[in-house]
Design a protein around this ligand. Sequence first.
Ligand SMILES: [Zn+2]
Length: 111
Amino acid sequence: MIEPVARLEAIRDDALSLADRLQRDMEAVAEARESANVDDEHDPEGSTIAYERSQLDAIRRSALERAGDASAALDRIGDGTFGRCERCGARIGGARLEARPTARLCIDCAR
Ligand SMILES: [Zn+2]
């Protein structure tokens, strides 16, 4: 079976660098807010900034999650459990792994 190490490494590295960039963006937003001395609760611009920040954070979290999933899949390649459903132990279909190399569950368990 094909072990998509390079692909998973690319997914992980892309996600990590995205998370990194978002972290810096969030810091920039926080700094801009500080220097503007905006009151989040009462200033309409403040709530826009807070919203923007929470959006960035949500994207950052999902990027970190993706990086974690890719790392976990790489670990499974390392210990030989890659391609096995974590719940029922069945083989995960090749097409599913092709589309989603980070899949932990077979298509039946994922439903
Ligand atoms: Zn399963």
